[in-house]
Design a protein around this ligand. Sequence first.
Ligand SMILES: CCCCCCCCCCC/C=C/C(=O)SCCNC(=O)CCNC(=O)[C@H](O)C(C)(C)COP(=O)(O)OP(=O)(O)OC[C@H]1O[C@@H](n2cnc3c(N)ncnc32)[C@H](O)[C@@H]1OP(=O)(O)O
Length: 436
Amino acid sequence: MSDFPDLRYFPIWSCFCNLFLKLTHYLKINLFHILWKRTFRLSVDTLNFSFVFCLEFVIHLQVVSFPVVQLHMNRTAMRASQKDFENAVNQVKLLKKDPGNEVKLKLYALYKQATEGPCDMPKPGVFDLINKAKWDAWNTLGTLPKETARQNYVDLVSSLSSSLESSSQVEPGTDRKSTAYETLMVTSEDGITKITLNRPAKKNAINIEMYHEIMRALKAASKDDSSITVLTGNGDYYSSGNDLTNFTDIPPGGVEEKAKNSAILLREFVGCFIDFPKPLIAMVNGPAVGISVTILGLFDAVYASDRATFHTPFSHLGQSPEGCSSYTFLKIMGPAKATEMLVFGKKLTAGEACAQGLVTEVFPDSTFQKEVWTRLKAFAKLPPNAMRISKEVIRNREKEKLHAVNAEECSVLQERWLSDECMNAVVNFLSRKSNL
Ligand SMILES: CCCCCCCCCCC/C=C/C(=O)SCCNC(=O)CCNC(=O)[C@H](O)C(C)(C)COP(=O)(O)OP(=O)(O)OC[C@H]1O[C@@H](n2cnc3c(N)ncnc32)[C@H](O)[C@@H]1OP(=O)(O)O
């Protein structure tokens, strides 16, 4: 769209007008000067007038034209920011790391404000959690101008891109410092890589970021120079399983797309445990729920504090077993006990889980850390290649079967996640109508 009058030419027009006015003014002064000279016969240097004229002209050029040039430059910058905005929108789609729900809501709100202006949609109902969260985020922007929203969106994306770039600068395969993870602490010493789930305030619930980070940490641990890997939890819980807010972050493609992507993620996540090449040991420091329990069937040893409990309330949640538990639990504890856990959601104490073969050994909570670490340090001194090869021999016989079970469980879950039973259970938890 072309502007009329075109502001780019304003300074030139302004100068010409000024020149014209000054010339007439100059002529007037000179006329006056001639009359003065004739009347009083005094000599005045007309150059002085010319000098004053030039000075005034230059000042005028600076004072009048400068703001206009500035105005024009700002408008050009705004046009550039529209382009930046489009680039930023594309850049968001390429982000490798999930920036988290809070940031995504902010991006959504700024995008809507920048493209549609203030929120004029009717407020969604309280149980429409996802759309309500989006509406709230957009509505809080009030009457923020479109241009500002656009600029804020661009700034946010650029800050995200740079923080995500800097976190991916660490060489793959090298031990990352714990600061490289948002949801985990990872350390490596005495031949043991320790991965600690680190969202204690949320009972170490596994959000999307944590799924990705656990996979990344396992891949790094499989290549580092440690001989065994340990998974444990920070705080009073080992893990409360899948973070139920994972259900609230629905992309524009809708809940079906979310379910499809989640099934892919879950399959990849469980696949990392099936394929992990070194001895993998769980130190279950407290209660464990859902997927944090089911994947224990894929570990090589499970040590538990006597505070730990093991709970897989899939039916309560309108869901079905995952982590290969529909196969491993049956093999470990037999169909009757596995059904009690996986279908009826029976919560086991550490002692019961040990009696049924899911747990290797239980320790009093007071001595749990000390006793288990003494044992792990001894394991880590064993020849690493022998341990790796022994695990390979044991696991290889089962690998194909485990991957097939994993694929089937994920595809069943993909359907389950779309069910009313599942959605109601999630809404009940999120609206604090139920805890397990
Ligand atoms: C559309 C499809 C999307 C699908 C995406 C799925 C991706 C892969 C899924 C893989 C399949 C996995 C299945 C499972 O793991 S099923 C198990 C899920 N877990 C639960 O149902 C546990 C829910 N939590 C609870 O029942 C209680 O919190 C708990 C008994 C664990 C502890 O109770 P307590 O009273 O002691 O503590 P609080 O409830 O006050 O909890 C403290 C804070 O932590 C938050 N919290 C705890 N657990 C979770 C969780 N699992 N998800 C989200 N948030 C959790 C809790 O809300 C509190 O937070 P606030 O302090 O902010 O209120």
